[in-house]
Design a protein around this ligand. Structure first.
Ligand SMILES: [Mg+2]
Length: 326
């Protein structure tokens, strides 16, 4: 890009100062950041590419919101407090209107979660957004995927399946009333990273993951890294009002199991600490739906009203296969 274009881009992104821990922000060769005493730095990076992860002609402020929210969700999944992020932006051209809207969306989310932009880079090419987030978590307290044990109970922080439902609406495989479309687009572009829940869970001996690839795949990662299995009770999985009204239970559950893009947390809590979690739930500090338990086996086993079922990617079937769920 030409110098003029770089200047233009700088104009939209160099606007934060005085954020916690930022000894030196944008403007020098590096930012200088001070990690809070006794805390570990949690670092994660995610790239979103136009027409792969979001429609290229989407609203620029929503594209920015989604890109940052999805990254913050990984901090939530570790129980970390969001602190700083860097941005790598590849653009076909430096369109001032697009950049202005994009930066507005970006900083809206940054303010909401108290995370400061501390550096970045821009190049010319097909629209793509890379964000690296940094967060802090007390030493030894992070929610690791490897921490689940047999007998632990499995929870999810909210409805799953909305991400896949939103995609179906966007791809025009499904038509929905405008109120539901609005709800699903909101869930797709503005997922709510479960930062508060994640931080509360660091008080438990918990394993956690954010649901980006669907419950079966993501819970599967916990199983794999912990060397355990999981029983998942499909009738307990929370589906949103929109999904329940739009499609069959079977389709809704299929989206929950294999859709992804939900950014709720799936987490495990040892049996002895479940009472403590329930206290937090009943006082409204956290939302937790009890959906299963960790077993000595391996992989995720699905059950519907105590019957074993196999998710097929096209709904799921009872063993034997003849009986469809209604
Ligand atoms: Mg993740």
């Amino acid at each position: 890009m030409s110098l003029g274009e770089f200047e233009l881009i700088k104009q939209y992104f160099q606007q934060q100062s005085g954020a916690p821990g930022v000894a030196l922000g944008i403007g020098d060769d590096c930012a200088l950041l001070t990690v809070p005493l006794g805390q570990q730095l949690a670092v994660s990076m995610d790239t979103s590419i136009a027409d792969v992860h979001f429609p290229a002609d989407g609203e620029p402020d929503l594209i920015a919101e989604r890109a940052l929210r999805v990254n913050i969700s990984d901090l939530a999944a570790m129980g970390a407090e969001p602190l700083w992020f860097t941005l790598g932006l590849t653009l076909p051209d430096a369109d001032p209107q697009w950049l202005q809207a994009f930066s507005q969306g970006l900083f809206r989310v940054a303010r909401e979660y108290g995370i400061a932009l501390v550096g970045g880079d821009t190049t010319r090419g097909k629209l793509s957004i890379t964000i690296q987030v940094h967060g802090a978590v007390a030493e030894g307290k992070a929610l690791l995927r490897s921490r689940a044990s047999e007998g632990d109970q499995i929870f999810v922080t909210g409805p799953v399946g909305d991400g896949a439902a939103a995609l179906a609406v966007m791809k025009q495989q499904l038509s929905a009333a405008s109120m539901m479309t609005d709800y699903l687009m909101e869930r797709y572009y503005r997922p709510q990273p479960q930062v508060v829940a994640g931080q509360l869970l660091t008080n438990f001996c918990a394993a956690a993951i954010d649901i980006s690839d669907g419950l079966v795949a993501d819970l599967g990662h916990i199983c794999e890294q912990s060397g355990v299995g999981a029983d998942l009770h499909l009738e307990r999985i929370p589906l949103s009002e929109a999904v329940r009204q739009l499609v069959s239970f079977e389709q809704g559950i299929d989206w929950a199991l294999s859709g992804g893009d939900d950014y709720q947390l799936c987490f495990t809590v040892p049996k002895a600490q479940v009472q403590q979690l329930e206290t937090l739930v009943s006082t409204g500090k956290i939302v937790a739906h009890h959906i299963g338990e960790i077993t000595a086996g391996n992989g995720v086993s699905c059950w519907h009203n105590s019957n074993p079922v196999v998710p097929s990617g096209k709904g799921f079937q009872h063993f034997g296969g003849q009986e469809a769920l209604s």
